[in-house]
Design a protein around this ligand. Structure first.
Ligand code: ADP
Length: 162
């Protein structure tokens, strides 16, 4: 049984995240999407942990081997608790590389039994990030296609519809 965890803040989940989750789910028997509490990231997340988990759940109902759980521990401890042997991360432009390389090296140092694996973003989503999506929505731009529909609706409710 090959089980992996796919961690992130998912504030909110984007089409880029979802693409990585779908492709990872196709490679593994089970994938657990770990939604990090991340209270300090970028001045604090826009959406609370329950909303962020619900957004991922709503986007992954078509994937029977995917489940979603919040976590607030070291990633390797979360992986161990979920009996996962792989950490799956998406990799976008070069800017992701250094940070991800550092985290993979430190996680290996903390627990070498858990393997970090990277899936390349597809060109269409290479420059898509949660922060860019929030910036667009905050200024009244359309985020349709960049995030799942229910997330676009939540962003419109949060920032006011266009
Ligand atoms: P962000 O980096 O946008 O704040 P997260 O912390 O939620 O998002 O990221 C979780 C994981 O998803 C990271 O491995 C990140 O590289 C990956 N990821 C984020 N956006 C994309 C994308 N557009 N395509 C592929 N992977 C992505």
């Amino acid at each position: 049984m090959k089980r992996g965890v796919c961690p992130g803040t998912f504030d909110p989940i984007t089409s880029g995240h979802l693409d990585i989750i779908e492709r990872a789910a196709g490679l593994l028997d089970e994938l657990i999407v770990g939604v990090a509490l991340s209270p300090d990231k970028g001045g604090g997340p826009l959406f609370g942990i329950e909303d962020r988990v619900a957004f991922v759940e709503g986007a992954t109902t078509h994937l029977s081997n995917v489940s979603v759980r919040p976590f607030d521990t070291l990633l390797v401890d979360f992986a161990e608790r979920e009996s996962a042997t792989a950490i799956i991360k998406g990799l976008r432009a070069m800017t992701d590389f250094e940070r991800e390389f550092q985290m993979a090296a430190l996680n290996w140092r903390l627990d070498s039994k858990v393997e970090t694996m990277f899936i390349m973003a597809i060109p269409e989503y290479m420059y898509l990030s949660s922060s860019a999506v929030k910036e667009i929505a905050r200024h009244g731009g359309s985020v349709r296609g960049l995030v799942p529909q229910h997330v676009a609706a939540a962003l419109e409710r949060t920032f006011g519809a266009r």
